[in-house]
Ligand binder design. Structure first.
Ligand SMILES: NC(=O)c1ccc[n+]([C@@H]2O[C@H](COP(=O)([O-])OP(=O)(O)OC[C@H]3O[C@@H](n4cnc5c(N)ncnc54)[C@H](O)[C@@H]3O)[C@@H](O)[C@H]2O)c1
Length: 241
């Protein structure tokens, strides 16, 4: 059922994975979609069936983010919500991680949310809108060689409360930290992959999309500056062996 007949949401990294599932979920709830991705073919595959406006852009680039916001406002006249989801996760050892690669991960994963908030501030305030930033449980725990990614995701949790205080009382800002969400990239999942999770299964992109839908809804009207962990309980699981 359409619950948001006039509202416009901008979703980045919408071409596949969590961003695509979020776009599909929000379209079903009646949001008008502006979908952004670097991958134009993937973006079209999601935007066309969801009747969304697609904008090919690199969210790590300041001019591209401004163009994305300007295009949204030019074509649809308002922005009620932003889901800052696009992210990259290149693995690499400390000695091999050069400054350019470090800066690129921070630009796409962290700086993009700042650029989006700044470019859309007036529109979001006018709409009494909301932002959801997609962080990761890697903001709190790590495997080796995920340095820039973990740092960027920790930064997003802090940026969430900083933006929530800065944009209050007009705009609510929250983040979601997903755990392991199957987007098909890890190959076939094993029974052990599922069983290690307290809920008994690996996460689905729809699990995160549902959390986004909640945080953008009126039901979350008293929630701002929060981090919602969607990880099947993994970060609460004590492991001794
Ligand atoms: N899948 C997981 O297990 C998981 C867990 C925790 C957090 N996350 C986070 O969720 C978000 C989505 O992850 P996913 O697994 O769906 O990723 P994915 O790789 O399946 O999709 C990411 C999308 O973002 C796009 N993208 C990449 N760089 C971009 C850029 N510079 N500008 C615009 N678009 C760009 C890609 O083209 C792709 O369509 C990311 O921020 C990721 O860090 C994912």
């Amino acid at each position: 059922m359409a619950t948001n007949p006039e509202k416009v949401v901008l979703v980045t990294g919408a071409g596949r994975g969590i961003g695509a599932a979020t776009a599909i979920r929000l379209a079903r709830e009646g949001w008008k979609l502006v979908l952004a991705d670097v991958d134009s073919a993937a973006l079209d595959g999601v935007a066309k069936p969801a009747n969304g406006l697609s904008v090919v852009c690199d969210v790590g680039n300041e001019d591209d983010v401004q163009r994305l916001v300007d295009t949204s406002l030019g074509q649809l006249g308002r922005i009620d919500a932003i889901v800052s989801n696009a992210g990259i996760n290149p693995h690499g050892s400390l000695s091999e991680l050069d400054l350019e690669a470090w800066n690129r991960v921070l630009a796409v994963n962290l700086t993009a949310s700042f650029l989006l908030a700044r470019a859309a501030e007036r529109a979001l305030r006018a709409a009494n809108g909301a932002m959801v930033l997609i962080s990761s449980t890697r903001a709190h725990m790590s495997e080796p060689d995920t340095l820039a990614y973990s740092a960027s995701k920790g930064g997003l949790v802090a940026l969430t409360h900083a933006l929530a205080m800065t944009l209050a009382p007009d705009v609510r800002v929250n983040c979601i930290s997903p755990g392991w969400i199957d987007t098909g990239k890890s190959g076939p999942l094993t029974p052990e992959d599922h069983a290690q999770h307290p809920v008994g299964r690996v996460g689905r992109t729809e699990d995160v999309a549902a959390a986004v839908a909640y945080l953008l809804s009126e039901g979350a009207g008293f929630v701002t500056g929060a981090e919602l962990i969607v990880d099947g309980g993994m970060t609460r699981k004590m492991i001794y062996v």
